[in-house]
Design a protein around this ligand. Structure first.
Ligand code: T46
Length: 132
């Protein structure tokens, strides 16, 4: 399993930096929803699910956190600690987030609206579905 990191071009000048995110240009889908996670307490792990259809890109716009991605065969971890890097989270990838810094703001761009029915929150069920 490849970890797919998107590199956003840093724009700006001597006043500072700016990143522009545009659907279907530097994000590989149309964006229907944006949410962000912040104020996560120390030693908390979040996520623990896969999405049946949803595709997402996660960007740590402040601070850092780690992701574990699992396709049912392979598990990989990656550190997000730069606002110019986005992690593509495809459908049917079990993911967990952990090691949140106190200043972490994790922004997530999603290709659909919130739908609890799209979540698989049980790992054994995930393995059954992903392995056919
Ligand atoms: C994901 C990872 C990266 C909503 O009402 N609307 C929303 O758009 C979202 C994302 C969540 N919620 C509600 C559902 C729960 O009652 O907010 C509460 C916290 O959500 P959850 O426990 O799913 O949060 P995380 O951090 O475990 O997972 C979130 C996203 O839900 C998920 O899609 O991929 O971040």
């Amino acid at each position: 399993m490849e970890i797919n990191i998107l590199a956003f071009k840093i724009l700006g000048d001597d006043r500072g930096s700016l990143i522009s995110i545009e659907q279907s240009k530097n994000i590989p889908f149309d964006i229907k929803r944006v949410y962000y996670i912040f104020g996560t307490k120390q030693n908390i792990r979040r996520g623990f699910h896969a999405h049946k259809k949803l595709k997402q890109v996660a960007v740590c716009i402040s601070g850092s956190c780690k992701f574990l991605l699992d396709n049912g065969e392979t598990k990989k971890t990656t550190l997000l600690n730069r606002p110019d890097k986005g992690l593509l989270i495809n459908d049917m990838i079990w993911h967990e987030m952990y090691n949140f810094s106190s200043d972490c703001v994790l922004m997530v761009l999603a290709d659909d609206f919130y739908d609890e029915n799209d979540y698989i929150r049980n790992y054994d069920e995930f393995l059954k579905v992903v392995n056919g």
